[in-house]
Design a protein around this ligand. Structure first.
Ligand SMILES: C[S@@+](CC[C@H](N)C(=O)[O-])C[C@H]1O[C@@H](n2cnc3c(N)ncnc32)[C@H](O)[C@@H]1O
Length: 209
């Protein structure tokens, strides 16, 4: 009798034990996948990507947009954050080859349900995205950052966070964007360096209203 109860109890616990094991494995697998990721000059640095993830998690962000995906290094890092918040990321990439590679990479780490890669020109895609957003990462053409933000603004929630990459190295190309987020009464903005890998930084803007 006792043996039967023990067996039933063990059988009942097994799925939980397996699930916990799988979760640990997937965290470890993702970590090593990111560590061995073949980053190139397009990829966000690990420090910046971790900063994005931490911002998403701290904010409890539920719907994000990434403009410019390349091979998905940033998208995977942000996707891990959105998986934890129960949110979703829409990542827009103009280059079909890169869009496919980023989709493949996201599938390899099991984030294909959390991150949707939308292929197309962000200037055309952003107006077609439905719903509201509370997190934005701008990382495509530097001269178009202001336009990306203006296209997204009607869908930006109060309290949304907008992060823009390469704001030191490409300061001139995005002068209109920086002037706007640094002087508008609708945003509070700071420039940060989360990585020492490149002599560059990101702007982080909080939407006040
Ligand atoms: C710096 S990389 C993005 C890196 C990526 N965010 C990461 O975290 O690794 C810039 C990407 O933006 C894409 N891009 C350029 N213009 C674009 C546009 N108008 N719409 C969408 N993507 C664009 C490029 O093809 C390139 O893959």
């Amino acid at each position: 009798m006792t043996k039967t109860y023990l067996f039933i109890a063990l059988a009942a616990c097994l799925p939980c034990m397996l699930a916990a094991d799988l979760a640990i494995n997937s965290t470890e697998f993702r970590k090593s996948f990111l560590e061995s990721f073949k980053r190139d000059s397009l990829s966000t640095t690990p420090g910046d990507a971790m900063m994005l993830r931490i911002l998403i998690q701290s904010l409890g962000a539920k719907r994000g947009v990434e403009v410019g995906v390349a091979h998905g290094f940033g998208a995977i890092n942000m996707g891990i954050g959105f998986e934890r918040t129960g949110g979703h990321l829409y990542s827009v990439e103009i280059d079909p080859g890169r869009a496919q590679i980023s989709r493949d990479n996201l599938r390899k780490v099991g984030l294909e349900k959390t991150v949707t890669v939308v292929e197309g020109d962000a200037l055309k895609v952003l107006p077609t995205l439905d719903g509201q957003f509370d997190f934005v990462f701008l990382d495509a053409l530097k001269k178009d950052y202001y336009e990306y933000l203006k296209l997204l603004e009607p869908k930006l929630k109060r309290g949304a966070v907008v992060v823009a990459d390469n704001v030191i190295v490409s300061q001139k190309a995005m002068a209109d964007f920086l002037q706007y987020v640094e002087t508008s009464r609708d945003y509070e903005t700071v420039i940060i360096r989360a990585s020492m890998e490149k002599n560059d930084g990101m702007s982080v803007s909080y939407r006040l209203r």
